[in-house]
Design a protein. Structure first.
Length: 210
């Protein structure tokens, strides 16, 4: 990537899950679904839709999986919860090297970088212990520390304020369309993340138009 002498953005912001980290594999989701007692077609939707209080930091993993079980209409033992938490840690600490390389190149060219993630406290503790490279980002905005999750306007503005960046001067990548829509409502240039290659193309296309 060429040196960014002029860029349409002052900061580029990345979601963590399925952007900086890899997406869960089908076999991993099948393992979680089997342990939970929920059929695989329904599992990931329930898994995603029952996490809000967990990501806000209002409940721990035990309470999260209890909520999941209530909504799914199943019973999940403490042993099963322990096994699922172990699998989750394996899933969400598998890094997407293309995305991390892109973030590093952006930073080396003079733009600010940030992570803006819906992240529960339990997993955040693991990430902070395992990954020194998190400190390479100028700003880290975690929902569990804010008590607010995407797509609430407050969390985007908190990240932008910490960066000292106007919404229109920021570029944001997130894998969930509702979070991208939330960013756009704030005025950010936001895109649904599909791959590191796609994100790189968006960055390079933006620079080429200057």
């Amino acid at each position: 990537m060429k040196e960014m002498t002029s860029a349409p953005w002052d900061a580029i912001i990345f979601d963590y899950g399925r952007v900086l980290s890899c997406s869960p594999g089908r076999e991993e989701l099948l393992r979680l679904a089997e342990i939970s007692g929920v059929s695989e077609p329904s599992f990931f939707e329930l898994y995603s839709n029952t996490r809000d209080d967990y990501d806000r930091g209002h409940v721990d993993y035990r309470q999260h999986w209890q909520r999941f079980a209530e909504v799914a209409g199943v019973e999940i033992t403490a042993d099963a919860v322990g096994r699922m938490v172990t699998i989750e840690a394996e899933i969400w600490t598998r890094i997407n090297p293309g995305s991390l390389d892109l973030a590093r190149e952006i930073k080396s060219c003079g733009l600010k970088t940030a992570i803006l993630s819906n992240m529960p406290s339990d997993l955040l503790a693991i990430l902070l212990t395992k990954f020194d490279w998190l400190d390479e980002f100028d700003v880290l905005t975690w929902s569990c520390e804010m008590g607010v999750i995407k797509p609430d306007e407050e969390i985007y503005r908190a990240c932008l304020d910490a960066l000292g960046c106007e919404p229109a001067r920021s570029l944001f990548f997130d894998d969930r369309p509702r979070n991208v829509d939330g960013a756009r409502r704030v005025g950010m240039d936001a895109h649904v993340f599909k791959s590191a290659e796609q994100a790189r193309a968006i960055v390079e296309r933006g620079l080429a138009l200057r």
